[in-house]
Ligand binder design. Structure first.
Ligand SMILES: Nc1ncnc2c1ncn2[C@@H]1O[C@H](COP(=O)(O)OP(=O)(O)OP(=O)(O)O)[C@@H](O)[C@H]1O
Ligand SMILES: [Mg+2]
Length: 257
């Protein structure tokens, strides 16, 4: 087995008395699509928030490309090659589609505030590069013709694509998607699945939190299951479908594999 691109080791997050993530460990191998599933409130998004440093850890280690990153701040993540999307859409409605994608390009930024304020040549070059890169990512997701539209005029599904594009504009090595298909209709979901495959085929490792079991079972190489903050199972989609602990965790919910 290859060296993991990401390894989390006894990741823990307590919110007051609530243990949202309870000593969870897993490895993600390069080139995999790794899904994290589990019932509502299982700790999936919190796990992402810990890896990307939106929240400080209570304890645990995060090792990315064989280096500890748990002490690094959130804004360093994209520069290291880790980008993410959000379960609740983070779209700036007063900006165009292109500008929304360009926001993700900050990882490449080398200029300081003064260079930006005075619009010195380095800033202008970065802006031009960011615009070009954002356009190519918009083409990839099929939204290039709407680049100059206000983001607010797009459908919900298209806005999800804009967020996906923003996470790609920095050329991530590890892309962390939090329910990318939530709220999408079936053709949009199929399009999203196709794009996730293509991203992976371009060498990006993908983590995917998703409730749609059809999507998870179709596209994942490996699935990790959380329940009440704990990891209760890990394996191939087929292993997970037949795992009694997983079936029990989902009792009462419709589990449509
Ligand atoms: N900032 C916070 N403060 C307090 N409790 C929180 C906070 N964020 C999450 N929690 C709690 O931690 C637990 C795990 O939440 P989390 O959002 O990680 O679940 P999830 O698996 O992503 O669920 P869902 O499928 O509904 O998105 C929940 O009980 C939630 O209420
Ligand atoms: Mg969540």
């Amino acid at each position: 087995m290859s060296t993991p691109i990401l390894e989390v080791d006894n990741l823990r997050k307590e919110f007051g008395g609530l243990v949202a993530v309870n000593d969870v460990s897993f490895k993600v191998h390069p080139g995999q699509i790794m899904a994290i599933i589990g019932p509502n409130g299982a700790g999936k998004t919190t796990t992402y928030n810990l890896i990307t440093k939106f929240y400080p850890l209570t304890s645990g280690n995060i090792i990315y490309k064989q280096k500890r990153i748990d002490h690094l701040p959130s804004h360093k993540m994209a520069g290291l090659g880790i980008t993410r999307t959000f379960q609740s859409l983070q779209i700036m409605n007063n900006m165009t589609v292109l500008e929304n994608v360009m926001v993700g390009y900050h990882c490449k930024s080398k200029h300081g505030l003064i260079t930006a304020a005075l619009r010195l040549p380095l800033y202008k070059k970065e802006e031009r590069d960011g615009r070009n890169k954002a356009m190519s990512v918009l083409e990839f997701v099929g939204l290039e013709s709407k680049a100059d539209w206000p983001a607010s005029s797009l459908s919900f599904g298209e806005q999800r694509m804009v967020e996906f594009a923003r996470a790609l504009v920095c050329d991530p090595d590890l892309l962390m998607l939090d329910e990318p298909a939530s709220g999408l209709n079936i053709p949009e979901m199929e399009h999203m699945a196709e794009l996730i495959y293509r991203v992976r085929d371009n060498g990006v490792t993908v983590m995917l939190i998703e409730h749609d079991m059809g999507l998870v079972m179709n596209i994942s190489d490996v699935v990790t299951v959380l329940n009440y903050g704990q990891k209760i199972a890990e394996g191939t989609p087929r292993d997970i479908q037949n795992n009694q602990d997983v079936i029990t965790a989902y009792l009462g919910e419709e589990l449509d594999f």
